[in-house]
Ligand binder design. Structure first.
Ligand SMILES: [Cu+2]
Length: 191
């Protein structure tokens, strides 16, 4: 009798280890392949109307999101009215010093790939738009991620997301579900 029970116990331990390893591998895989493409401003996109109505609109949009290296910012806008400037420093950002721009985009559909961890400052280059709130900063964390071919600044992206919810949170839910099922199966003795 004892050897049988011990055998079942070993199988359970083995299955649990297998489940833990599986979840770990999947976490790594998802982390690498599911960078987020954020549509700046969500449904409002990159628009003076929204910043003018609510000067903190873009700051608010960015402030509740987690940005990581490998993510992309997609600026969609009317390029007869707006541009996108990247500013170098927080001081220039705060004072809307447009002359301090280090990069400028003007296509109206600009994809900005985040390779390195750090804080990035973006503003509109149209007169008074930055002062009116068409500005935000992000802080990205993570290891260096080389821009994939065709994803250089200002080129069209191949994938879009709404930018409303983080796909990472979604995947965490899936992983949690897998782990829960694995643990449940183990305790139910389906091994
Ligand atoms: Cu503007």
């Amino acid at each position: 009798m004892a050897p049988v029970i011990q055998g079942r116990g070993s199988a359970r331990v083995g299955f649990t280890l297998y489940a833990v390893v599986l979840v770990g591998v999947m976490s790594t895989f998802l982390d690498v392949t599911h960078a987020v493409q954020w549509i700046v401003g969500g449904d409002a996109k990159w628009s003076y109307l929204h910043s003018n109505a609510a000067p903190t609109f873009y700051n608010d949009w960015a402030s509740n999101k987690t940005f990581q290296t490998g993510d992309t910012l997609l600026f969609e806008y009317d390029n007869s009215t707006h541009t996108v400037l990247q500013l170098a420093t927080g001081v220039d950002f705060t004072s809307c010093n447009l002359k301090a721009s280090i990069t400028k985009w003007t296509s109206g559909f600009d994809s900005v790939f985040i390779s390195k961890a750090g804080t990035y400052y973006y503003v509109c280059g149209a007169p008074s738009h930055c002062e009116q709130g068409m500005k935000f900063s992000i802080t990205a964390t993570g290891n260096f991620v080389a821009a994939p071919p065709g994803a250089a600044n200002g080129t069209s992206p191949s994938v879009t997301t709404t930018g409303h919810a983080s796909p990472r949170a979604h995947h965490s839910g899936i992983l949690t579900a897998i782990l829960a099922v694995s643990v449940a199966a183990t305790f139910a003795g389906y091994v």
